[in-house]
Design a protein. Structure first.
Length: 129
C-alpha cells in the first residue's frame, strides 16, 4: 500500500483539473464542449438539439453508456448526423459526423465563443446551459 501522508490531508488546496474546451460549428451553430480524445462516441446535449431544431433519428441498435460517477446504464437511441467544423483550426469534417443525443452532457452553447463568432455573426445568442 502506498502512503501518501499529508498530501491527502490537504486536497482542498489543489486546484481542480479543468477540461480542454473546444469551439466548433455544428450545422452552423457555435458549440463549446470538453475535448475527449479517448471517447468512443460523440455526444451532444438534448437541450442543444431541441433549441436548434436539429433533426435526430432513432438508431436501429441503441448504444448504452455509463453515466459519470455511476454504474447506471443509459440508453442512447437518438442520433444526429451533423456537419462539423473547427474554425480556429480551419478544419471541416469530410462527411457528416454522428452524435448521440443525451441529457447528461457538459456541452454548452455560448454567445462568447470567439473562434465561432468571428466566423459568423448569426451566433450572437444568449448563453444556454
Amino acid at each position: 500500500m502506498i502512503d501518501f501522508g499529508s498530501e491527502t490531508q490537504n486536497l482542498e488546496s489543489y486546484p481542480p483539473i479543468r477540461p480542454i474546451i473546444v469551439s466548433a460549428l455544428i450545422n452552423g451553430v457555435c458549440i463549446q464542449g470538453p475535448a475527449d480524445t479517448g471517447a468512443s462516441a460523440n455526444f451532444i446535449k438534448d437541450v442543444v438539439v431541441a433549441e436548434n431544431n436539429f433533426q435526430t433519428r432513432k438508431s436501429a441498435v441503441p448504444s448504452y453508456v455509463h453515466q459519470p460517477l455511476s454504474d447506471t446504464l443509459v440508453k442512447l437511441s437518438d442520433g444526429l448526423f451533423a456537419n462539423v467544423s473547427i474554425p480556429a483550426e480551419d478544419f471541416t469534417t469530410p462527411s457528416p459526423t454522428l452524435f448521440k443525443s443525451h441529457r447528461f452532457s457538459l456541452i454548452k452553447r455560448f454567445s462568447g465563443c470567439y473562434s465561432c463568432r468571428r466566423t459568423t455573426s448569426s451566433l450572437m445568442q444568449p448563453h444556454i446551459e
